[in-house]
Design a protein around this ligand. Structure first.
Ligand code: ZN
Length: 345
């Protein structure tokens, strides 16, 4: 089959690789019908050292179950499923607590270690019953883009909002106008936030954020951005800050614009060593939470809103490519020419 392999920074190729097969009784095999490129794929696209065998890429997908292992009873060949970016057994204590990204038997797709990537024709799914979630539509349903976001970005934006303790009537600042930040706006509005400030510099993206429910746009950076958010929030900062970037500057901004007693939800993969501002966050009682979103836990909650059109996170996709178009899709996202690229293998 054909799959996306990254060899080093900037070097993404579509290659013929061995077909995946069932290896464990708990596996399923899916034929990918939709995948996409993630903002987090751009980190290795910019800094991956030369990797001898290359890295299979992609961790977001919808697919059709092709085959299942002997221990898989809840999934049937032919069924359409959405795949969270992490696999999980669904039975350990962390899965029971709704933190599937800490599953004691779990792991992440598209990160090597013998686990394939989703930007491919097919993929082996470990722990299939705990991982995959059946969808109540056909593979060409018009809701496909929004359903695909349940694989990662919508669940991740929701996680940012949940860990930042968004609640009805509160003020929210969202750092980052990428797909996750935009989904964070959707999530904040869905949870009842009254004021939602989107912080970003791309006019087309902040315009979409406004359509998703943002009430204010802050395009400044650094100190100017911090001042602007304080102005917009009565001088004290926001109740909830969704950090959807992962850079040191973003997290400095995040902890600086949280009001006393407020919370920061971090979902940008950290490219910094330590969370800054130990004393200011201490004296202002600011919580800093977040991490890899347990999207498997959130699908059930978010799916009805997608099915009934109350949220439209699929609008973050502004380009669709086939597998051959994936390398250029990386380039386009990295050049900020595309917001998020969908892959229809
Ligand atoms: Zn588990």
């Amino acid at each position: 089959m054909r799959a996306t392999i990254m060899h080093k920074a900037g070097d993404v190729r579509i290659e013929n690789v061995p077909d995946p097969g069932i290896q464990e009784p708990t596996d399923a095999l899916i034929r990918i019908t939709r995948a996409c490129i993630c903002g987090s794929d751009l980190w290795p696209y910019n800094d991956l050292e030369p990797t001898p065998d290359g890295l299979p890429m992609g961790h977001e997908a919808i697919g059709i179950v092709d085959d299942v292992g002997s221990a898989v009873a809840a999934l049937k060949p032919g069924q359409l499923v959405v795949m969270p970016f992490a696999f999980s057994d669904g039975t350990c204590m962390f899965c029971h607590e709704g933190l599937q990204t800490s599953c004691v038997h779990g792991g992440f797709f598209g990160s090597g270690g013998g686990i394939g990537g989703a930007q491919a024709e097919a993929l082996r799914i470990p722990l299939a019953e705990g991982t995959l979630f059946g969808l109540p539509v056909g593979p060409d349903d018009e809701l496909m883009p929004s359903l695909l976001t349940l694989s990662d970005v919508m669940g991740t934006g929701h996680h940012a909002a949940v860990t930042a303790k968004v609640r009805p009537g509160c003020s929210v600042a969202v750092i980052g106008d990428g797909a996750v930040g935009l989904c964070g706006v959707i999530a904040a509005r869905r949870l009842g936030a009254e004021q939602i400030i989107i912080m970003g510099r791309h006019a087309d993206r902040t315009a979409l954020a406004r359509e998703f429910g943002a009430t204010d746009v802050v395009s400044e950076r650094g100190e100017a951005a911090i001042e602007r958010v304080r102005e917009l929030t009565g001088g004290f900062g926001a109740h909830s800050v969704l950090e959807c970037v992962g850079t040191e500057q973003a997290v400095v901004t995040a902890v600086s614009i949280a009001r006393p007693g407020g919370a920061v939800g971090r979902v940008g993969v950290p490219h910094y060593e330590a969370v800054p501002s130990g004393q200011p966050t201490f004296f202002r009682n600011v919580s800093v939470a977040g991490g890899p979103a347990p999207v498997r836990a959130y699908i059930e909650e978010l799916l009805p809103d997608v099915m009934e059109g109350r949220i439209e996170p699929g609008r973050v996709f502004d380009r669709t490519v086939d597998l051959d178009g994936v390398p250029d899709g990386y380039r386009a996202m990295n050049d900020r020419e595309a917001l998020k690229v969908m892959v229809a293998p």
